[in-house]
Design a protein around this ligand. Structure first.
Ligand SMILES: Cc1cc2nc3c(=O)[nH]c(=O)nc-3n(C[C@H](O)[C@H](O)[C@H](O)COP(=O)(O)O)c2cc1C
Length: 252
C-alpha cells in the first residue's frame, strides 16, 4: 500500500460545531461531504475521542462552516488541535445561532450548513454522522480552503484524530527521506561543524501541526523577542498553534 496515494483524495476544511445544554463545541474536520441531493444530506466522520462527537450524538444537530482559502491559522490551531475541555474555542469568534441551535462560526468562512442528525454509523475510531440540511447560506465569494492547499501552502499537518491522518514517518519512508538522512550523517566532519555553528539561526518545525519557529521573528504571542535561538527558549515553551512542547520540534 502506498500512503501517498491517500493525498490524491480531495477534501475541503470545515469547522464542525454543535451545542448541548448551552455549551458550544466544535472541531476542524476535513471529512464532510454531501451524500444526497433530495433532500440534501451531509455526512461527517467524527472521531470518538473528540469532545464534540459525543455532544453531536446527544444534541442530534451539527453545523459546518466552510473555511476560506486564507483562513486564520490560529483558528485552525485551536479548533483542530485543542480540546474544548482545555480552551473556550468560541471566546473571540463571531458566531450566529442556526435554526437547530448550533453555533455557526463566521470568521474565516465562506458558507455554512445547519443540519439535524438523522443517522450515525460506528466505523471504529470514528462515527460516520449523517445530517439532513435544514438551512444554509453563502457568506463570501472567496475560494474555499482545500486540504491539499492546507498541507502544501500552510505546511500544516492533521492530528491523529483526523480520519485521514498518516504517520509522518510512513510518508518519509516512501519519499526516501530516511536514506537522505543516512547520507547526511556520513558527510565530512567539516560540514557537521559548519551546521553546528549555524544552529543558532536555524528554524525549527513543530512535528504535530507544522508551525515553524523562526529565531529572527521570535514568538511575540509568547513574549519571545526576535533574535532568540530555539535552544534558548524556556523549557516549558509550547507551540502557539497546537500547544505541543519543545520536544516535538525538529530542526529544519
Ligand atoms: C486539518 C485537520 C483535519 C481534521 N479532520 C478531522 C475529521 O475529519 N474528523 C475528526 O474527527 N477530527 C478531525 N480533526 C481533528 C479534530 O479537529 C481535533 O481532534 C480537535 O481537537 C477535536 O476537538 P474537540 O475535542 O474539542 O471536539 C482534524 C484536524 C485538523 C487540523
Amino acid at each position: 500500500m502506498k500512503y501517498k496515494a491517500f493525498h490524491k483524495l480531495s477534501y475541503g476544511l470545515y469547522i464542525i460545531t454543535t451545542e448541548l445544554e448551552g455549551v458550544k463545541a466544535g472541531y476542524i474536520g476535513n471529512t464532510a461531504f454531501q451524500v444526497t441531493s433530495e433532500p440534501p444530506k451531509i455526512a461527517i466522520s467524527s472521531n470518538k475521542k473528540n469532545k464534540t462527537t459525543e455532544k453531536i450524538l446527544k444534541s442530534k444537530k451539527f453545523a459546518l462552516s466552510v473555511l476560506q482559502q486564507e483562513a486564520n491559522t490560529s483558528l485552525i490551531g485551536e479548533f483542530g488541535f485543542m480540546s474544548g475541555d482545555d480552551v473556550d474555542k468560541f471566546r473571540d469568534m463571531e458566531t450566529i445561532t442556526a435554526e437547530t441551535g448550533s453555533p455557526i462560526v463566521l470568521d474565516s468562512s465562506v458558507a455554512w450548513f445547519d443540519c439535524k442528525v438523522i443517522d450515525s454509523i460506528d466505523v471504529g475510531s470514528h462515527m460516520l454522522i449523517i445530517g439532513e440540511v435544514v438551512d444554509s447560506d453563502v457568506i463570501s465569494q472567496e475560494d474555499a480552503l482545500t486540504y491539499a492547499y492546507y498541507r502544501e501552502k500552510f505546511k500544516m499537518l492533521a492530528p491523529r484524530n483526523a480520519p485521514t491522518y498518516i504517520e509522518k514517518e510512513k510518508l518519509e519512508e516512501e519519499e526516501g527521506a530516511k536514506e537522505k538522512e543516512a547520507q547526511a550523517a556520513e558527510e565530512p566532519e567539516q560540514e557537521t561543524q559548519k551546521n553546528e555553528t549555524e544552529s543558532d539561526s536555524s528554524s525549527f518545525t513543530c512535528s504535530i501541526c507544522g508551525f515553524q519557529y523562526n529565531p529572527e521573528e521570535g514568538d511575540p504571542t509568547a513574549g519571545i523577542p526576535p533574535g532568540t535561538p530555539f535552544e534558548d527558549l524556556p523549557e516549558d515553551y509550547k507551540c502557539p498553534i497546537c500547544n505541543a512542547g519543545k520536544d516535538y520540534f525538529n530542526k529544519d
